[in-house]
Design a protein around this ligand. Structure first.
Ligand SMILES: [Zn+2]
Length: 293
C-alpha cells in the first residue's frame, strides 16, 4: 500500500451545523470514548484506520472492485479540514460508497441537514416530525432473511411516506423530508462474541428505517402507521436541537466498520440489490410531492 495511501493531518474540525451533525452521526457510534474525550485528531485517524482496514476486506469479498480500492481507501475526509501530507494531492477524491464509507456517509447526512434546514425555513412555522422503525434482529440465519426484511421495510417506508406526503393541500401533510434504511451487522466484542446477546443465537444484522419529515406549523399530524413509533413533533428546531436530533436519527451503522468483516461484506452485498434505497429526499425538496426517494 505504502505511498499510494494518502496521509491526512488535521487542520481543524468544520464547525458549521451540518458538518457537526454529520460528524456526530458517524463518529459517536464508532468511537464514543474518543469523541467524548474531545480529541478530534484521534477521531480522524481512528476513522481513517478503521475504514481502510475495512476497504481491504470489502475488496477481498468482491463488494468493492479491485480497481476502486485506492479511491475508497483514499476517500477525502468530510467534516474535518485536513492537509494531505503525503500521497496524491487532490481534495475532490470521493469514493461514493455512501452505504458504508464513513466520509461519504457524513456527506450524505450533511446534505440531509441542509435540505431539512432549508425546508423548515421556507415552511410557515415549519416543524420537524420524526418517525422511526426498527426491524427486529435476525438470529443466526446468515443473510437469508435480509432480502425479505428489506422488501417488507421498503413497502412500509413507502406507505409511511405516501401517508404523510399526501399533498400540500391536505392539512397536516408533510411538505418534504429525508429517509434512510440502514443495515447494521452485529458488532463483535474483543472476546469474539457478538456485542448484543440474543435468545435464539448470535445476532447477525439489524435493519433500521428512519423517516424525518417537515410539517407546517399549526396543522395536525397525519399518517401514522402500525408498527412505526408514534410520530414525534419536535417544534421549530433551533440549530442545536436540530443538529443533535438529526445526528441521532441517522446514526451510522457502526457494525459495517467495527463488526465481523465477513458479515459486513455479506450484508452490503444483499443491500446492493436495492439501489437508491439507502436514503432519499422526498416531497418539495425535489420539487414535487411524489413520495419517491
Ligand atoms: Zn467515500
Amino acid at each position: 500500500m505504502g505511498d499510494k495511501l494518502r496521509k491526512f493531518e488535521l487542520i481543524e474540525p468544520v464547525m458549521a451545523p451540518d458538518a457537526r451533525a454529520a460528524r456526530m452521526a458517524v463518529a459517536t457510534p464508532l468511537f464514543p470514548k474518543e469523541v467524548f474525550a474531545g480529541d478530534w485528531d484521534v477521531v480522524l485517524q481512528a476513522i481513517l484506520t478503521a475504514w481502510r482496514a475495512r476497504v481491504w476486506v470489502l475488496v477481498s469479498k468482491g463488494y468493492i472492485p479491485v480497481k476502486y480500492r485506492w479511491v475508497a481507501a483514499n476517500c477525502t475526509p468530510a467534516t474535518f479540514l485536513t492537509r494531505v501530507v503525503s500521497g496524491v494531492q487532490r481534495d475532490d477524491w470521493f469514493c461514493h460508497y455512501r452505504d458504508v464509507c464513513p466520509w461519504c456517509y457524513m456527506r450524505w447526512v450533511s446534505g440531509a441537514h441542509r435540505s431539512i434546514g432549508e425546508l423548515t425555513g421556507r415552511t410557515e412555522g415549519g416543524r420537524l416530525l420524526r418517525m422511526m422503525r426498527t426491524v427486529n434482529l435476525s438470529y443466526g440465519a446468515g443473510t437469508a432473511g435480509l432480502t425479505g426484511a428489506l422488501d417488507a421495510l421498503q413497502r412500509e417506508a413507502r406507505m409511511a411516506l405516501r401517508a404523510n406526503l399526501a399533498g400540500p393541500t391536505l392539512p397536516g401533510a408533510a411538505v418534504g423530508g429525508v429517509w434512510a434504511v440502514m443495515v447494521d451487522p452485529a458488532v463483535v466484542r474483543k472476546d469474539g462474541k457478538a456485542a448484543t446477546k440474543g435468545t435464539k443465537g448470535t445476532p447477525f444484522w439489524r435493519l433500521r428505517a428512519r423517516v424525518m419529515l417537515v410539517v407546517p406549523g399549526g396543522d395536525p399530524v397525519v399518517g401514522t402507521l402500525r408498527n412505526w413509533d408514534p410520530p414525534q413533533v419536535l417544534g421549530a428546531p433551533g440549530s442545536e436541537e436540530f443538529t443533535e436530533v438529526l445526528a441521532g436519527h441517522f446514526r451510522y451503522p457502526a457494525g459495517l466498520v467495527r463488526g465481523n468483516p465477513a458479515r459486513a461484506a455479506e450484508c452490503l452485498q444483499v443491500r446492493k440489490e436495492y439501489p437508491g434505497y439507502l436514503a432519499g429526499t422526498v416531497g418539495r425538496l425535489r420539487g414535487a410531492a411524489t413520495g419517491e426517494g
